[in-house]
Design a protein around this ligand. Sequence first.
Ligand code: AHM
Ligand code: MG
Length: 306
Amino acid sequence: MGDARDAESGAEPDDPVVDAVFDAVAAAAPEIRAALPGRRVKSGTENASGESVMAGDLYADELLGEAIIAVDGVGSFVSEERETAVDAGGAVGSDGAYAVAIDPLDGSSNLRSNNAMGTVVGVYDAPLPATGRDLVAAGYVLYGPITTMVVADESGVREEVVEPGDDGERATRTVVEADLRLPDDPTVYGFGGRVPDWPDDFTAYAREIESELKLRYGGAMVGDVNQMLTYGGVFAYPALTDSPDGKLRLQFEANPIAYIVERAGGAASDGASDILDVEPKGLHDRVPLHVGNETLIKRLEESLDG
Ligand code: AHM
Ligand code: MG
């Protein structure tokens, strides 16, 4: 699988552990997709963030957890749906083992309405919780009309199409964009949360942006960020008046997405500074997330500052 991808892209070989993690994620993606039709209901449990867990969340979490823990060189695994990290048999950092953090099914409230969803993956070389500076790679799967996987590491950002293998064979990965860059001219925006819950300074920024760009909001961060990466623009799940840390989780969502967007030439901010510099207090910390073209993120920080 890796050979086919390298032959098409001409890309340099990656870190073998990172490569194996994304092979495992790609292998699970068609199975997750195929399992969703029967899992559009609540599972009856709550996760560590106090949110209702859908049957699809649990299935994706179990499948990905098993596959990622089995990768040699992964020392620890944790997901948005698990209270604590699972020891995968290696000391993280010291002997080169990585910690992998995932949001197994991002945007799973879209299961009922059959809209896009995703899987988010962060590969850290430090024990979790860690800062985004400790990421060595990050990526996401987008379950849209086509299953795609975007993978970022130090060398840049690639977009791949993931297809199920024939007759029990593993899934295939085909690079369709070897050097994904955020377009210079921004076109789209998407902001989460209810407008009445936005702080006044964010509302003032949003009023400017909505007179300049086109609204594209689908309720799944992965889908909305993928549109922003494709067309240029800005995505945010901002601080809300009664939730100053917003909704999205630093380890599982904000750090990996910030890493990807920055490697693609964009910027990421919590409103005051780079997301990748945010010091975590706990595994399930939330953080306001704003990502997009540098000029738009700079303007956001200026708006929130004034
Ligand atoms: P989830 O990981 O539990 O699905 O929550 C995160 C999702 C994001 O994908 C999306 O940006 C946000 O929640 C949407 O929230 P809301 O439905 O409140 O607009
Ligand atoms: Mg999520």
